[in-house]
Design a protein around this ligand. Structure first.
Ligand SMILES: NC(=O)c1ccc[n+]([C@@H]2O[C@H](COP(=O)([O-])OP(=O)(O)OC[C@H]3O[C@@H](n4cnc5c(N)ncnc54)[C@H](OP(=O)(O)O)[C@@H]3O)[C@@H](O)[C@H]2O)c1
Length: 153
């Protein structure tokens, strides 16, 4: 792989669709950064993907916390020098029960991950930082950021 390989950040890359995305991007020569909520889950996911550290990094980050996502962004930049695509994949679903049987806490977990998580992820790779294309897997927003503004020197 060359240093020019596209860099893709996948939130929620420890399992499910996000893990499949991470594997597919690695198979296609991309460099990948992924996150999940716990260090153990991230470590296990990285081991399963079996890629060298110059192609794959994992960091624990909860998408409901913008500061943790900013740290994921910085980790990807530190490791790879750029971010080309940021995928807001991490999300949660409620148990399949009528809404009136769900507690506010159960609904809150979904809203926090799927709505605030996407918002936080898009903020973490804000328009002034990069030309990263931002994609949401959750039923929320998706957008393409404008070209990167010059960084202050
Ligand atoms: N599967 C479907 O049919 C379907 C349909 C439409 C949309 N979607 C959306 O697609 C996305 C992936 O779905 P999936 O079926 O692959 O889900 P999944 O198997 O439950 O995986 C969810 C992933 O998100 C991570 N995650 C959850 N909450 C998080 C948080 N607060 N911070 C960081 N990571 C978090 C999980 O990591 P940890 O548990 O390790 O933290 C895991 O890696 C979700 O946003 C879902 O809403 C799925």
């Amino acid at each position: 792989m060359t240093a020019q390989s596209p860099v893709v950040v996948v939130t929620g890359g420890t399992r499910g669709i996000g893990h499949g995305l991470a594997r597919a991007f690695l198979d296609r020569g991309c460099r990948v950064a992924l996150c999940g909520r716990t260090a153990d889950a991230v470590r296990e996911a990285v081991v399963r993907l079996d890629a060298p550290p110059d192609r794959l990094i994992g960091r624990p980050a909860d998408v409901t916390d913008r500061v943790q996502l900013a740290a994921l962004w910085e980790a990807a930049l530190d490791s790879f020098g750029t971010v080309d695509v940021w995928i807001n994949n991490a999300g949660a679903v409620t148990a399949r029960r009528p809404v009136w049987e769900l507690t506010e806490d159960e609904v809150g977990v979904v809203v926090d991950a799927n709505l605030m998580g996407v918002t936080n992820g898009s903020a973490a790779c804000g328009t002034w930082r990069a030309s990263a294309r931002t994609v949401a897997c959750c039923p929320a927003s998706a957008r393409t950021a404008p070209p990167r503004a010059p960084s202050p020197t």
